[in-house]
Ligand binder design. Sequence first.
Ligand code: ZN
Ligand code: ZN
Length: 271
Amino acid sequence: MITDGHNHTKHFSADAGQSIYELISEAQSKGFTRIGITEHYEIDYPDDGLNWMFDLEEYNKAFEQWRAIAGDKFELLKGIEFGYQTHVAEEIDKVAASIPLDVVLMSVHLFRGQDFYVERGCYKLPAKDLHSEYINTMAEMCEKCNNFDVVAHYDYINRYADNKNDFITYEETPKELDRLFEVMIAKEKALEINTKSIQKHKDGGFTRHLPDAELIRRYLEMGGKLITLGSDSHFPGTFAVSFNEAVEYLRSFGIKETVYYKDHKPHFEAL
Ligand SMILES: [Zn+2]
Ligand SMILES: [Zn+2]
């Protein structure tokens, strides 16, 4: 069984609505034996009344309890999902190095400092300009930060688009994606296929829902070998959504294994 390496709980993630108990029991009922917990940690997030940071010591303590509850046959990987902004790059690296973690995800949840889930102005830009700037921010994130393992949901900005054709493709932004993949591959950072994005595109009536084929082919052609799968679950019933479809899709490119991280070291799993 492969690992779902990207999940949130209400105990530490401001926007999550599931308890660790609900998450573990859902994962077990779906036959999983290992999952990643990757709580949100957003430094200097625009004020929306929510608390996007948490006490790292408390997280350590909670994890000890959680592991005891999960038992020997079910592995919990301790992770954090950091939200990137240019001016917090150094601080992210510092925080990431300050506690023992299995996996660190890096994400871009903002566009020009604004949460595009709420502030929708960026979607008035031509799609190509929006995607170009978004991908360049992820490339910059990989250039500036070092203490992380995975680039999460490269397609996050598409989830909330008004235009249902809005989709990051290799054809549209080849230079930007080459820049991103080059630094990821050189620094051995993994590419996450986010199955919540797939599900959201399906549910939202987008014209397509699977990651762009040319984009995947280019990542492989450039020498990319580290692919993770994550459902980014926040609520009961959403763990490992669209996993089977994503696995089939990855196999269709000849991809034979995915990866999960333990103590920041990649472990490969046959697809
Ligand atoms: Zn995220
Ligand atoms: Zn997430």
